[in-house]
Structure formats: C-alpha cells, structure tokens
Ligand binder design. Structure first.
Ligand code: ZN
Length: 297
C-alpha cells in the first residue's frame, strides 16, 4: 500500500512515534522506515551513525510537548508581521456558536470503536487527525470513521515532529499519510495537523505545496496527560467558545468518560458540533476524490 515508503524513507532506522507517542499516551517507540544517506542535508547526521532508537538526533524528533495556544497565536502574529499568510485554520467563525471536536493520533483498535459508538449515540460529527501507519494497520477503523460521517485528516505517517527531522523527510511524512488515507477512503485529505502543533516555514510551505490547510486548535485541555476527569471536563467547558477547535485524542479513557456530559452541557449552552470541513464550508468534490486540493480558509 505504501509504495513510496521504501523510496522516500529508506536505510537509516528512523525512530519515530508510535501513533500516540508524541502526545505522551504511549511511552514505547518502534523503528520505522529508513532514510537514504543521499537525501540527507549536509547538516544532518551521517547515515551510518548507527541509529538504533537511542540516537539523540532521532530521539529529539519524538515530540513530547505541545505548542500552547498562546505560542500558536504568537507564531501566527510573527507570520503576519512578515507579510506571510498561511493556508491555516486557527479557529472557526467567532460569530457562530459552533465547536469542532478533533481527535488525534488514531485509529486504535482498543479506543476508536468506543469513541465512534459514543459520537454516534450523541449524534456528533468530528474530525479525526489520523496517523498513517496506524491507518495501514487498521483500515477498517478509518472506513468506519468515514462511514459515520466524520472527517479524516492528515497527522503525518509516523507522528514525528516535523521541525526536527531532515527537510527531505517532511514531504514524505505528509504525503505518505495522505496516500494511505486516500487508498483506504478514496478521498485525499485536505486538512493537516503537525504533531505537537509544531511547524516552521519549511513545514508550512511543504504542506501548502501538497494542497493542505494546516489545522491547529483554540483549546488543548490536555487529555493526553490523563488528568482527573473533573479537571478535564471543567477545563474543556471553561474554554468553549464560538468557532472553537478542541484538541482531544483518540485514546485516553478519561476523554471517553467526560464526552457525554461535555456534549450535553455545550449543547445546552447553544453550541453546535461541526466538523472542520463544515467550519470551513468545505465539501469534497470529484477533484478532491482523486488528489489533494487546497482547502479554503
Ligand atoms: Zn498527535
């Protein structure tokens, strides 16, 4: 399925994230793919340095921290001051009482079916930022997400911090996930979320060149850290606002625990749950079914 992997990600063991690793849900890692020495920039480590999962260069690519909302906004301000306007979504329309629930890092056989059942019970459509290698392992879960009316979006193939890997691998990480999703669903994703929310000019330019809109968030209640349910629920409710994009994960039991009441409470406050596509007014077309298209802002 992932024919490009051997070509784009070939002879150095790349220690990368196992689905949820960047979000601290899992502590293990696994070697994946490899990287041709020929494509490494001069400043990158030598290809024969013996990357066995403990090399500090690759270890640092396993993002364990999230960009805060303040950091995301500050980065956006710096871009605007430089006259740069990215294809990027920070929030929805402040005039609309809409909230988008987003679930990162799946699919996972132990969690995704439960999450889908819950969302179906409460008639909520969400957006799943999936990890390519997890999709390859569990394509039936990706199909189930799509069949239930959720949006499938790109969260890289290996869930690695894109600002900490060789430049040549950034496009491979994004493209590979997109190809896997398209092969499973027949639709090319047009939304992309960098792991940890971490991106730089290079990552943004590659993402845009591949036809993606970067989607960040307005609220990170920190479910990946498995906080007490009452705290997670209170934090999420407190920050709910018009046009909100809430960062959650496809995995933490505490997330499943708080969702029913959270959904009920926010609906009672008048919020409507939408997908990121609905937030953008985006509808798949015949063109996007065959190749990525640029998302609207
Ligand atoms: Zn993630």
């Amino acid at each position: 399925m992932f024919r490009k992997r051997s070509r784009l990600v070939a002879p150095v063991t790349l220690v990368c994230a196992l689905g949820l690793i960047g979000c601290g849900l899992f502590s293990s890692s696994r070697g994946v793919g490899s990287l041709s020495a020929a494509v490494l920039p001069a400043s990158d480590p030598p290809a024969d340095a013996g990357f066995q999962g403990t090399d500090p260069y690759w270890e640092q690519a396993r993002e364990k921290a999230y960009r805060t909302v303040a950091q995301i906004l500050a980065q956006n301000d710096r871009e605007l001051r430089r006259g740069i306007q990215r294809s990027k979504l920070l929030h929805g329309d402040y005039r609309k009482k809409q909230i988008a629930l987003t679930f990162d890092d799946g699919p996972h056989p132990a969690f995704t079916p439960k999450l889908l059942a819950l969302l179906a019970k409460y008639k909520v459509k969400a957006t799943f930022f999936v990890v390519g290698e997890m999709c390859e392992r569990h394509p039936e879960l990706v199909r189930a997400e799509l069949a239930a009316g959720h949006v499938i979006a790109n969260h890289t193939y290996h869930h690695v911090n894109l600002v900490k890997i060789p430049a040549t691998q950034v496009a491979a990480e994004i493209s590979a996930c997109g190809e896997v999703v398209q092969s499973i669903t027949g639709r090319a994703p047009h939304l992309f979320r960098p792991p940890g929310g971490d991106y730089n000019d290079r990552v943004a330019e590659v993402s845009e060149a591949l036809g993606y809109t970067i989607c960040l968030w307005t609220d990170d209640p920190g479910d990946y850290a498995n906080p007490p349910a009452a705290k997670l629920a209170a934090d999420t409710r407190r920050w709910a606002r018009n046009g909100g994009i809430i960062l959650l994960h496809d995995g933490p039991p505490v997330t499943l625990k708080i969702l029913p009441k959270l959904i009920t409470d926010l609906r009672r406050r008048g919020f409507e749950f939408v997908t990121i596509d609905q937030m953008l007014g985006y509808a798949p077309t015949a063109r996007t079914a065959s190749r990525p298209a640029h998302g609207s802002r």
